[in-house]
Design a protein around this ligand. Structure first.
Ligand code: B16
Ligand code: MG
Length: 218
């Protein structure tokens, strides 16, 4: 079949979003910035450096490029420490069977993540082999909502954008899918992800047939 499903990582396959939040919260505290779960929504799916820019603007704080690099590095060290014990048990409910059923339907599978830690995380989760292609933060120059990550994934799968369906938990990711000319399924809250073609709370609440019907509809 000439169709592809492109999965975001953080928040769709594994709940690392809460560790990103905890790591940024520590950096924010150090800088004297108030940072809430609501603020964190704007950082989801966004690159590390751009997340830092958002954080700094919340506190109206200016930093030099060198200081920004150091803060981003510090956040990543905290984050890596928090995900140290990630294991196959951390794969979110329904993900394994959804991906296996996708394979059984001969639909191609790609990862489309903003994270530079994506390869490491997939390895820890023991699911790297399930993907036909992987595009992550080390391979793109433009962050979501720019469509680059998904356009590249479609290219690697050898598929046209209109034949790809994106699964995303972030507002910026749904916008990136739209900008790539792809339909999307939001994973999470329908208020935040209202621009998606469909929103479910998790992959355990969706069948491959439903997703395929959405991709094939106009
Ligand atoms: P890193 P996704 C994104 O991953 C996260 O949602 C976002 O919070 C994070 O800032 C970004 O990756 C960069 O991650 O610091 O590990 O390179 O949701 O696109 O899979
Ligand atoms: Mg995400």
């Amino acid at each position: 079949m000439n169709k592809g499903f492109i999965f975001d990582l953080d928040g769709v396959i594994v709940d690392t979003a809460r560790y990103h939040y905890q790591a940024w919260k520590k950096v924010a505290q150090q800088l004297g910035i108030t940072f809430t779960l609501q603020h964190n929504e704007a950082l989801k799916g966004v690159s590390r450096l751009q997340s830092l820019e958002i954080l700094l603007s919340l506190g109206n704080i200016k930093k030099t490029e060198t200081e920004k690099q150091a803060l981003a590095r510090q956040k990543n060290e905290i984050y890596l420490h928090l995900i140290e014990n990630l294991s196959p048990q951390d794969v979110l409910p329904g993900v394994h069977s959804f991906i296996t059923n996708t394979h059984n339907q001969v639909i191609k599978i790609a990862l489309g993540s903003a994270s530079k830690n994506a390869a490491y995380i997939l390895k820890k989760l023991g699911i790297a082999h399930l993907f036909d292609a992987r595009v992550d933060g080390t391979m793109v120059s433009q962050a979501k909502p720019n469509p680059e990550v998904f356009t590249k994934a479609a290219h690697l799968l050898g598929l046209a954008p209109e034949n790809c369906l994106v699964f995303e938990d972030a507002e910026a990711g749904i916008a990136a899918a739209q900008n790539a000319g792809m339909k999307s399924i939001g994973i999470g809250n329908s208020t935040t992800l209202y621009q998606a073609n469909l929103v479910v709370s998790g992959l355990d609440k969706l069948t491959v047939k439903q997703a395929l019907n959405l991709l094939n509809s106009y």
